[in-house]
Design a protein around this ligand. Structure first.
Ligand code: SF4
Length: 500
């Protein structure tokens, strides 16, 4: 049903198409603005209500500390988690990559002759392309989160971590429901309006028969507590609770970085997550479960612990902080780049600032699409300020840029940027060469002052688009200020250091 990100172009190309879509930009600006305002009110509330304990910053430090403790001792924590889950009646599987994880879920569904599964919203199952893998084996995977239904019925791609259909407005959603619901189950009611409550009601009706029929459910987990072998899912609609309790069989795919050492350490994370994601004090539904409880809920529980690049990210001294991420999406909502391009341009289920670092960390650099992501940022730092677990995204972006550059050092045809820096190093390496370069730059400055378009504050001349490889691309989106007609050294010589 819904599309995949496979074969997406590099960020600049994908972003260009998105920038031309004014409806998309309007929807994004409105939606991110609303969530930003709600979050900001609650952060202020924490600041004002608990100043003696350090306010919001203390909470952020506590959240980051919990995740760091878990990551420092990941192997022990995961083995403990496996032991506790197994003791509670769950079957634990380990998956190195997407193919292994998908094969495990498909095998469980096939063993129960399931032709369909219901799903709780889960980033990790999108990351591994689980729906497509199930579909390839003739098993329908029904998303049950409202925004995910919109994406799935619209044969679309998610564009936001928390609100995957953020790029759609109410009128578009109504059209999708009217057109598509009947093809895969209960049709949308006649006279469907675009009122949010009416649209949610139509989705509820459509889903109810699927919940009652499905034998197998698939979920992710927001947290996995090692001490007690407990998985935690937080959500807002109650669809997750239905998936986690009604079907006979439950399979949860969990990234290994989701582990939290102790139950008590969940506390700061459950305070940070809803405030940062939906701008609420607490989640409407927080479900926790440990294995099987006879006569209550699923009687067969599987947990797939997934690596899929996480140990690669963990091995990166600077990048490993990205594994603290609790997928709140606050960094997306404050990012000026995301607000203009939307999520599809990032070519992954993880868009925005966190996607710009997580994708290269999980997949490794070296591919044109992933290599373009660390540059999808102005490095303004708003993402770091908003991140509830203090991931220094700008620091990781710069670190990844250096990895991308290092990966191209031996290219037969060097990049224009590398040529420019080599040229600069050559000129700066010798005073005579520097003097020559200054004269050439002064000449360029005089020509540009004469013919350039004066557009910079203070009346300084600037060139528009300059033809040529590299510099042409650079100047297509920036003004190139004219170099001073006279260099500092020439001025010093002419005026005897300013004395004449
Ligand atoms: S990086 Fe931080 S702000 Fe962004 S989604 Fe993850 S936890 Fe939230």
């Amino acid at each position: 049903m819904s599309g995949t990100f496979v074969g997406m172009p590099a960020f600049p190309e994908a972003a260009r198409a998105a920038l031309g879509d004014t409806q998309l930009r309007h929807n994004l600006a409105h939606a991110t603005g609303v969530i930003r305002a709600k979050r900001s009110r609650l952060v202020t509330e924490v600041e004002e209500s608990m100043p003696e304990s350090g306010g919001w910053e203390a909470l952020r430090l506590a959240g980051a500390g919990v995740k760091d403790r878990a990551l420092r001792d990941l192997e022990t924590q995961l083995v403990l988690l496996e032991e506790r889950l197994t003791a509670a009646g769950a079957t634990v599987h380990w998956a190195r990559d997407a193919a292994e994880a998908n094969a495990i879920v498909v095998a469980v569904a096939q063993r129960h002759q399931a032709t369909e599964v219901v799903k709780v919203k889960s980033m990790v199952t999108q990351e591994i392309g689980l729906n497509e893998a199930l579909e390839a084996e003739g098993i329908d995977a029904w998303e049950t989160d409202l925004a995910e239904i919109i994406v799935q019925l619209g044969d679309d791609l998610p564009s936001h971590i928390l609100v995957p259909a953020i790029h759609r407005n109410r009128a578009e959603i109504r059209e999708i429901f009217l057109r598509e619901m009947g093809k895969v189950g209960k049709p949308a009611p006649e006279g469907l309006t675009d009122e949010p409550a009416v649209l949610a009601g139509a989705a509820r009706e459509h889903l109810r028969e699927k919940f009652l029929r499905a034998k197998v459910a698939v979920s992710g987990a927001n947290f996995a507590i090692a001490e007690t072998g407990t998985l935690v899912v937080v959500e807002s609609e109650g669809n997750g609770r239905m998936c986690l309790t009604l079907p006979e069989v439950l399979v949860s795919v969990v990234g290994i970085e989701k582990v939290v050492p102790t139950w008590a350490e969940l506390d700061p994370l459950l305070r940070l997550l809803p405030r940062s994601s939906t701008g609420e004090r607490m989640n409407p539904y927080t479900s926790t479960w440990s294995g099987v409880t006879p006569g209550d809920g699923p009687q067969e529980v599987h947990v797939v612990l997934l690596d899929n690049g996480r140990t690669r990210a963990l091995a990166d001294d600077v990048g490993r902080q990205a594994l603290r991420c609790i997928r709140c999406s606050a960094c997306l909502n404050v990012c000026p780049v995301y607000e203009r391009t939307g999520g599809h341009a990032y070519g992954s289920v993880y868009p925005g600032p966190i996607g710009a670092i997580l994708n290269p960390l999980l997949k490794g650099t070296g591919d044109p699409q992933t290599d373009s992501l660390p540059y999808a940022s102005s490095l303004c730092g708003a993402c770091f300020e908003a991140c509830p677990v203090r991931i220094d995204i700008p620091e990781v972006l710069v670190h990844l840029r250096s990895k991308v550059v290092d990966g191209h050092r031996d290219d037969t045809v060097p990049k224009a940027e590398a040529v420019a820096f080599k040229g600069a190093a050559y000129a700066l390496g010798d005073s005579r060469r520097l003097a020559w370069a200054e004269r050439a730059s002064g000449l360029a400055g005089r020509v540009m002052t004469r013919f350039g378009r004066t557009s910079l504050p203070g009346g300084r001349a600037a060139a528009g688009r300059v033809p040529g490889p590299g510099v042409g691309k650079w100047t297509s989106a920036r003004d190139l200020p004219a170099p001073p007609a006279e260099s500092f050294r020439a001025w010093w010589k002419r005026t005897d250091g300013g004395r004449r």
